[in-house]
Design a protein around this ligand. Structure first.
Ligand code: ADP
Ligand code: TRP
Length: 327
């Protein structure tokens, strides 16, 4: 079983990204052959700064490798290092109805929130994004594609496009199954809403100790005094986050202390800070090591690209032969 997913850079990694997306993706290494790529071609539809693109790409690579992606087991590469994907995107675009793309939520949302005169910002790449995404998936005979709920429609489009191509030119593509990570709980941010960069309520996992402390100490709490029992201790944000980063018995004991009374929120936050720092200590160490050796990271990505290109060349040859482009 081949498991494939594309990873967008979305800025500094926070607890929500880690527990909601990265850790589950890394765990899938145990379940099959994983193919993970950094979607740098896709980033061009919205980001136009070459320096930032390079930095983001590097950061995603460092984050994943530091958090346990194993290049010996996982084929890990930069999308643009296997350019056959753009060739396949062209073949697929010729069987993709305009109407299908016009119904895409991502594109419709962009259009709906457009300020007057901003039509220029809606580029063809954005409109055609689902076709490139279909190519990402179909080029590697992927069986399973783990994604968040927001990507469900893109997966349906991929299946549609593959089906159309197969109907026209023969059984060329494997039809992929989405693996929607619904079971993953939503990690709350320091203000109680879903943790998200767009709300400015994140706790970054690789920030320095001082910034981490600042974030943890500003977690929203109510004004009950330490002495008061808090029967709703499980609703406390710091407790909820503690459960993610501390051993289960430690978090349970802290919850119990809060419930019983005599423990203030400051103590819970202090415990959270310590456990958060320790939980990622090993990953932080590995990340620093990797960051100091860019050549090593580059070799991992190049090696991944070579392995990915091998699969890609077989599939693109099959697709071209089927539609009469080569002999
Ligand atoms: P952000 O909301 O910070 O911009 P993204 O939308 O880029 O984060 O999300 C990247 C990945 O991390 C997605 O797969 C998303 O489902 C996951 N994710 C983000 N925030 C959370 C959260 N608070 N809880 C669980 N998963 C999350
Ligand atoms: N569109 C996906 C996202 O925004 C990223 C992505 C690009 C992807 N190509 C993919 C995901 C192929 C899965 C398979 O998160």
């Amino acid at each position: 079983m081949r498991i494939l997913t594309g990873i967008q850079s979305s800025g500094a990694l926070h607890l929500g990204n880690y527990f909601g997306a990265m850790r589950p993706a890394i765990e899938l290494q145990e379940r099959g052959e994983t193919f993970y790529f950094i979607a740098d071609y896709h980033s061009m539809t919205s980001l136009t700064d070459p320096v930032r693109r390079r930095e983001y790409t590097r950061d995603v690579a460092l984050d994943f490798l530091a958090c346990g992606l194993d290049p010996a087991r996982c084929v890990f590469w930069r999308q643009s290092d296997v350019p056959a994907v753009t060739e396949l995107a062209w073949l697929l675009s010729t069987v993709t109805p305009m109407g299908l793309l016009e119904r895409a939520h991502s594109y419709k949302d962009k259009m709906a929130h457009l300020a007057d005169g901003d039509l220029e910002k809606v580029n063809h790449g954005l409109f055609a994004y689902p076709v490139l995404m279909a190519a990402d998936i179909l080029l590697f005979d992927s069986n399973v594609v783990p994604v968040g709920r927001d990507q469900k429609q893109h997966l349906e489009m991929t299946r549609d496009i593959a089906g159309k191509f197969n109907a026209l030119y023969g059984e060329v593509f494997v039809i992929p199954e989405p693996h929607i990570q619904d079971a993953v709980a939503v990690v709350p941010g320091i203000d109680g809403r879903k943790m998200s960069k767009s709300y400015g309520n994140t706790i970054e996992i690789f920030s320095d100790e001082k910034s981490l402390k600042k974030k943890v100490m500003s977690i929203k709490t109510d004004s009950r005094l330490p002495a008061e029992p808090k029967p709703d201790a499980d609703q406390n944000l710091a407790i909820q986050l503690l459960k993610l980063v501390a051993p289960a018995d430690v978090a349970a004991a802290m919850e119990e202390r809060l419930r019983a009374g005599g423990t203030g929120y400051g103590d819970v936050k202090k415990a959270l800070l310590e456990h958060c720092w320790d939980h990622f200590a090993e990953a932080r160490r590995r990340r620093a090591e990797l960051a100091a050796d860019p050549g090593h990271v580059e070799r991992i990505l190049q090696d991944g690209a070579a392995r990915a290109a091998e699969v890609a060349s077989r599939v693109i040859a099959r697709a071209k032969a089927a539609c009469g482009l080569s002999h």
